[in-house]
Write a protein that binds this ligand. Sequence first.
Ligand code: NAP
Length: 241
Amino acid sequence: MTPFSLTGKTALVTGANTGIGQAIAVSLSNAGAHVIAAGRRSCAETVEAMGAAEETVLDFADPMAARDVFERPIDILVNNAGIIRRNDAVDFTESDWDDVMDVNLKALFFTCQAFGRAAIGRGATGKIVNIASLLSFQGGIRVPSYTASKHGVAGLTKLLANEWAGKGINVNAIAPGYIETNNTEALRNDPDRNSAILERIPAGRWGQPSDIGETAVFLSSQAANYIHGAVLNVDGGWLAR
Ligand code: NAP
């Protein structure tokens, strides 16, 4: 068995119905994991792409929604669910602040907490992979709650790694660059934005959701046993410029 095999492991992926979450679920499944695809709506398409897998409803309209899901043993948690709202800082509304912070940061923390409590309670090891962003490092523009939430994801990843590394729980994050999903369709459809983005990416292409999926396999596997608190850029070189 290679050190990247996930055979015998159970993984839960949030926001697994589409985009990056769907690709992560499929990659983990291809690496041998039994995957629980979690979504606020049906993940049937993802489950079909995986074969032996299951789905569960997790809607972070309630940020504490995952409080009971780790009563059964789950080895790998991928916190992928996320939203974005765009507006000028001077016009940004409280609901656009709260909605984004609730899904991207509060739900992510309390889902990690539920996973960590259960694993520590069982004396089990585990792997958490949080999905951060380039806006965990850069400011962006017109996305104040998204930027604040993703900076928060990077910080929480390090805090949880510090608390749990000694208990055999690896907490890391992936910071995706510009990936082809629903989230970025408007950018790709705008010829000026599209060429400005491509011009700055050393790899010369948009990322595919599977680029993130394969990195999630690595961070979920025993090959990553000594990696704690890392936020790994998977961005075609964007942040290197
Ligand atoms: P996406 O296609 O919009 O997927 C977002 C996922 O989050 C969907 O499954 C969505 O479910 C789910 N979600 C949203 N609100 C939820 C809630 N209240 N409860 C449960 N699930 C909820 O976008 P994506 O690009 O794949 O994004 C996935 C993650 O990657 C996000 O954390 C995003 O910030 C991050 N990211 C993406 C990029 C990029 O270039 N695409 C770059 C950096 C970071 P619904 O389908 O039901 O809305």
